[in-house]
Design a protein around this ligand. Sequence first.
Ligand SMILES: [Mg+2]
Length: 266
Amino acid sequence: MVELLLRGQTLGSVEAVLFDKDGTLSLSEPGLLALSRARLQACLEHVPEASRPQFQNLLERAYGLEVDRLHPAGTTAVASRQHNLISTATAFCQVGLGWPDALAHSEAVFAATDPTTDPGTDREPIDGQGPRPGEASLAPLTEGVKPLLQELHRSGVLLAVISNDDSEGIHRFLAGHGLSGLFREIWSAEMDPPKPDPAAVHGLCSRLGVSPSACALIGDASSDLRMAEGAGVALALGYSAGWSSRPPLPEHLPCLDHWQELRVGR
Ligand SMILES: [Mg+2]
């Protein structure tokens, strides 16, 4: 067991720390903002022009798309691709489509705008400025997280990712930042059940061979932290610095505003 300190105060001791990815390990907002804009533009082409202003407004609210930022608790920021697809189909229904058509249009839009890692396509960077919207690029790490991960790993703490991204996306992110060797396990959107079901934490803990009561879980969404509490983890910690607007987090739980605030006890 390794003691964790928050701003110098002991939080307790754990054997493992489970990290959310988007908005916690990674600064995901620019990539997700581009993705939600690309989905929105593609959706608009599937409805008559007269419906577009209303449809755009519905989609912006559904996605949590706010001019130049994403709502950190919105569907794009927090939910899986599948939940975003259902929410898109619901917006299609609200402008008059039946469910089968709404679902078919949403699936077509998502297939056309999904991030791709295939360099052999004819996709060109926009104005030569980096990846086009929807193209997979490596989201940067949140500031100061790598030294903390290294310190936890050196101290013998098991590290895992629990995310609504798919396994490929999680592995690409970890490998791209040279973190694969630090993380023992992942739990992705394809695993059963996906988060935020507390059973996702139990499944991940069982892969790690630790009890939830010997784990900390750190996330940027209240759904992460409710899941952690429901699963009986020892420490549920909020992380607030991964988005341009501060995410709403439960006030009764401790919260980190910078990774430097979390340390391993000596
Ligand atoms: Mg997150």
